[in-house]
Design a protein around this ligand. Structure first.
Ligand SMILES: [Cu+2]
Length: 175
């Protein structure tokens, strides 16, 4: 009877450990990007904080045209060549574009931001797909990644319609 009780305890302990491991798979980490416009002027910054089950983006932006704009993670950590060097949207899983599209979305597809009349925007997004350094879609992969803000709002469909690149910042790991 006593032996049976010990076996039961052993099984319960094993279950608890498995649960904890699943909830803490991604290590704590952080990153940031300082953004510039095409004229080289400061366009604000984005801080990125890794949590146990997702990644929080906090954006404080300036010097942008009022209205809605696309906000994406692009696949290369470079803003050279008029921001073209940032490449396409970050999509390590091979999904198509568009938060609301069949076959979407790119891991780097994020919600639009709204810029006020004074050219500033404050926004926060949470992504359960992107990670700072570990996992299936790390921002700090071999060639890094960049935040790009576009001229137009993202349609969230398969064709983004985002237009030109108006601000860019290379993502760098801070912890
Ligand atoms: Cu983009």
């Amino acid at each position: 009877m006593k032996g049976y009780a010990m076996t039961r305890s052993g099984l319960i302990l094993a279950t608890v450990i498995t649960g904890l491991t699943a909830g803490t798979a991604v290590a704590e980490a952080g990153a940031m990007a300082m953004l510039k416009g095409q004229d080289g002027q400061d366009a604000g910054h984005v801080t990125i904080t890794q949590g146990p089950n997702g990644t929080l983006f906090h954006a404080e932006l300036t010097g942008l045209a009022p209205g809605w704009h696309s906000f994406h993670v692009h696949e290369v950590g470079s803003c050279e060549d008029g921001f073209a060097a940032a490449g396409d949207h970050y999509a390590p899983d091979g999904n198509g574009h568009g938060l609301m599209a069949d076959g979407g979305a790119h891991a780097g597809d994020l919600p639009n931001i709204h810029v006020a009349a004074d050219g500033t925007a404050m926004a926060e997004f949470y992504s359960s797909r992107l990670t700072v350094a570990d996992g299936a879609a790390p921002l700090m992969d071999e060639d890094g990644s960049a935040i790009v803000i576009h001229e137009n709002a993202d349609s969230y469909g398969a064709d983004a319609g985002a237009g030109g690149r108006v601000a860019c910042g290379v993502i760098t790991q801070t912890k």
